[in-house]
Design a protein around this ligand. Structure first.
Ligand SMILES: NC(=O)c1ccc[n+]([C@@H]2O[C@H](COP(=O)([O-])OP(=O)(O)OC[C@H]3O[C@@H](n4cnc5c(N)ncnc54)[C@H](O)[C@@H]3O)[C@@H](O)[C@H]2O)c1
Length: 284
């Protein structure tokens, strides 16, 4: 997609972090917005800021409370977006959550919770919006995986599962869209550490408290600090540039680029390094 002026973009998880900065940057470029999140207060704030940013272009902003794990609600929101805006060109399947837990003992309900949002949310969003993007004739699916969709880490097994799945799903989707030559494309986004609310909002299994010697909150704060590499504003710019260039994947931030390089170089031998780092993060 060469530019976003006059297009319509739908964004999930728009109340905070990269969802918000994507909304604001798109509004500045004259793109109309359909925004959703479970957090209605944050969503209303984003909508207000986006309407202000898009004022010179007369940008239209609509909002909907949406849990991305709810397939029927996703379909209804996609239809509503098309009705309210006349067309849809972009879907950013961005909403996501984090969970600290060990693979051996993670609660089934917690595993289902994170997969429901991080993986199934992306699947439902893609399937619900694709017919609308095709109808518009020019469209793009932007699915957010992670650096943790390229490498795995202790206590992140559930998050890794969801983000590796998003990567496989999106790479297959991109190739199918290339085969169909239908005017719609797809990009898989792999952010490294981005300064957002994700670590602070993360769920922690009780086993994390034991593994950190009762210091789970200190470990969370160390992890949060580790994500202070790239601002959410810069991440949005990098993601939008990748969409303009029709990139298959985008590595967001220097840490994502560096770690991707090491994983390619070392193959599975990156894992001992990851074990060392995780021990440090857990014990301080
Ligand atoms: N911040 C990072 O370092 C980082 C790194 C790699 C990938 N990511 C991914 O980037 C995406 C955006 O996250 P962020 O860092 O901006 O975090 P964030 O916590 O600031 O924003 C995530 C948003 O998703 C929303 N959300 C949570 N559950 C939802 C649900 N069931 N339905 C709809 N919305 C829901 C939250 O309310 C929040 O507004 C996520 O998919 C995340 O996994 C983030």
């Amino acid at each position: 997609m060469k530019n976003f002026q006059g297009k319509v973009a739908a964004i999930t998880g728009a109340a905070s972090g990269m969802g918000r900065t994507l909304a604001l940057e798109l509004a500045r470029r004259g793109c109309h917005l359909s925004l959703s999140d479970v957090n209605e207060k944050g969503l209303a704030e984003t909508a207000l800021l986006a309407a202000k940013a898009g004022l010179p272009h007369g940008v239209k902003v609509t909002t909907a409370k949406l849990n991305v794990a709810d397939r029927e609600a996703m379909v209804a929101w996609a239809d509503q977006t098309a009705r309210e805006h006349g067309q849809v060109n972009l879907i950013f399947n961005n909403a996501g959550v984090a969970l600290g837990a060990f693979v051996e003992t993670v609660k089934p309900e917690d595993f289902e919770w994170i997969m429901g949002i991080n993986f199934w949310g992306v699947v439902w969003g893609t399937q619900a919006f694709l017919p609308h993007l095709k109808r518009a004739g020019e469209g793009h699916v932007v699915n957010t995986s992670s650096l943790f969709g390229l490498l795995a880490s202790p206590t992140q097994g559930t998050y890794n599962s969801s983000k590796f799945a998003v990567r496989g799903f999106t790479e297959a989707l991109r190739q199918e869209l290339d085969m169909a030559n239908c005017g719609v494309s797809a990009t898989c986004v792999h952010p490294g550490g981005i300064r957002t609310n994700i670590a602070r909002a993360a769920k922690m299994d009780e086993s994390m408290n034991h593994a950190t010697g009762g210091q789970a909150e200190a470990a969370r704060s160390r992890f949060d600090k580790m994500l202070n590499v790239t601002t959410a504003e810069s991440a949005a710019l990098q993601i939008l540039r990748a969409v303009e260039r029709k990139q298959r994947r985008v590595l967001v931030g220097p840490d994502a680029k560096l770690m991707d390089f090491f994983v390619r170089l070392l193959g599975s031998w990156y894992q001992p390094g990851s074990v060392w780092l995780s021990r440090k993060l857990m014990k301080g």
